[in-house]
Design a protein around this ligand. Structure first.
Ligand code: NAD
Length: 255
């Protein structure tokens, strides 16, 4: 395990820093990761099975109900100290870019302006049949597991589906290219709260390492790849990032 001092040193010496975040950064805002248990009517289901076109085809009301519940849950959640710390990280007078696997908007609500959403956003919807984007006024969901009939597309009358990327689907055009370009050209990749199992996103730390960058992992579990230029910081994202990303640390005026 690395020390905070080593990570601070790497950040101070880096000309370019890029952040890469996963579900773990939003866990302390009360948004469960997919590895936390599912509750309500969803208990016993796995998110990996529900986040698919097959699941929507089989039970659109269940998947739409889950989607609306998550939208409501995220809307009520607040960015935490980890999101805020990243929004304050400045390099060469510019905010650092964040590549996120998250479909929530907590980085933006914490003030980050340069955010690449690899898997799209929970706030978007589209037609399951003709794929045109659609606008949805979410109805309140009182109980977990509620079955809700998806609204219909104004163009083709197909059922509307969540607009974010499901398992087995392509990433939004251009986002993967931008993400790879960012990690290939950074000195430090700060990777927070990701298990590194969902592809292709999981390959980004490896791409950064191959391009010569240092990768700092912040996670409650050891997710390091056993490479020489990796620093593994084990702990909660809020606690570690508040110590790591303060302006004093980045400016080299704190130890
Ligand atoms: P994941 O669920 O596979 O892994 C979460 C990681 O976060 C784990 O390694 C865990 O050890 C770590 N973690 C948990 N709590 C933490 C904390 N307080 N501080 C630091 N680390 C913590 O998440 P993933 O790697 O992002 O991939 C799964 C997929 O889940 C992604 O496609 C993502 O879109 C989706 N997802 C997104 C959200 C969201 O938008 N907030 C929520 C759930 C799932």
């Amino acid at each position: 395990m690395a020390t905070l001092g080593q990570a601070r040193e790497a950040l101070r010496n880096a000309k370019t820093i890029v952040c890469f975040s996963g579900a773990g950064i939003s866990a302390e805002s009360g948004i469960p990761t997919y590895r936390d248990g599912m509750t309500g009517l969803w208990a016993g289901q796995s998110a990996q099975q529900m986040e698919t076109a097959k699941a929507f085809r089989q039970n659109p009301q269940l998947i739409w109900g889950w989607y609306l519940w998550r939208r409501q849950h995220v809307a009520r959640a607040q960015p935490n100290a980890a999101h805020r710390s990243l929004s304050q990280l400045i390099r060469r007078e510019r905010p650092i870019p964040i590549i996120t696997q998250n479909i929530d908007d907590l980085h933006e609500r914490a003030g980050s302006v340069d955010v690449v959403h690899l898997h799209g956003c929970l706030s978007s919807s589209k037609c399951f049949a003709c794929h045109r984007p659609a606008r949805v006024t979410p109805v309140p969901i009182q109980e977990e597991g509620a079955l809700v009939e998806p609204p219909r597309c104004v163009h083709c009358n197909g059922r509307l589906r969540p607009g974010h990327v499901w398992y087995g689907e392509e990433l939004p055009a251009g986002t993967w290219k931008s993400a790879v370009s960012l990690v290939k050209n950074c000195d430090v990749l700060l990777s927070i709260g990701t298990s590194g199992v969902v592809t292709p996103a999981a390959s980004l730390p490896g791409i950064a390492l191959s391009a010569g960058a240092t990768v700092i992992h912040v996670n409650t579990a050891d997710v390091s790849l056993d490479a020489a230029n990796e620093l593994m910081l084990i702990g909660k994202a809020t606690e570690i990032l508040t110590q790591l990303c303060s302006p004093l640390v980045i400016a080299g005026r704190a130890q």
